[in-house]
Design a protein around this ligand. Structure first.
Ligand code: TMP
Length: 216
């Protein structure tokens, strides 16, 4: 059982260099400090099969893959992750923190990549069933800020998405904001262009509210 006694699924979403991975880890660490049982997962990946799919997904630069192909691949990884890791963790009362979940597919392959959104939504229902996040933190960062962060990053990782160009990233951001506007109870849009500690504090506070943990 988690200290709060409340199992929950919390997802982190955002574009490249939005800081979501760092923030997901910070939240996991702060909850664990309070004795909460936390399971952190990343997508695509998180299971043996999922990591194999991640390899294809991220590094097959020489293999042409349509947005539809990518959506099927990453959603297959997700279906496995839900059954192998997320549901068992929720069943034992853990808080599951997902570094990306199905909104990534809607935003990247749908809004930015042009795959049919209704089809993608149906695919997500098939893959995850009722395993839907209780709360989704969208780390929103303007595309100029991403460009600045990237050029400051010595170890740039140019996978197919990061090299996709400005318009792709504009559509991605717009798509995420639309998803958030359509489900304001699930989403919290967090301004990611602030100091790491300020962002972390907002996320920690909203999570304490969700889990019914009193602040110290
Ligand atoms: P990340 O390490 O930034 O989370 O990178 C994962 C990459 O995979 C990122 O470029 C976004 C992409 N992605 C999709 O395009 N669709 C998805 O459904 C997921 C989970 C990730």
């Amino acid at each position: 059982m988690s200290a709060s006694g409340r199992a929950a699924l919390i997802s982190f979403e955002g574009g490249e260099a939005s800081g979501k991975t760092l923030q997901a880890r910070r939240l996991a660490a702060s909850l664990r400090e309070r004795g909460v049982d936390v399971e952190i997962v990343r997508e695509p990946g998180g299971t043996r099969a999922g990591e194999l799919m991640r390899e294809i997904f991220l590094h097959a630069k020489d293999a042409a893959m349509s947005a539809e192909t990518l959506a099927l691949l990453v959603t297959a990884s997700r279906a496995q992750l839900v059954r192998e890791v997320i549901r068992p963790a929720l069943a034992r009362g853990a808080v599951v923190i997902a570094d990306r979940f199905f909104d990534s597919t809607l935003a990247y392959q749908g809004y930015a990549g042009g795959a049919d959104l209704d089809g993608l939504r149906a695919l997500q229902r098939f893959a995850v069933g009722d395993t839907v996040p209780d709360r989704t933190f969208l780390l929103d960062v303007a595309v100029e800020v991403i460009a600045r962060r990237r050029s400051a990053d010595g170890e740039r990782r140019w996978d197919r998405f990061e090299a996709a160009g400005r318009e792709f990233h504009e559509r991605l951001r717009e798509g995420y904001l639309r998803l958030a506007a359509a489900e304001p109870r699930r989403f919290a849009v967090i301004d990611g262009d602030r100091p790491i500690d300020a962002v972390a504090e907002d996320i920690a506070r909203l999570t304490r509210d969700l889990l019914g943990i009193r602040s110290r």
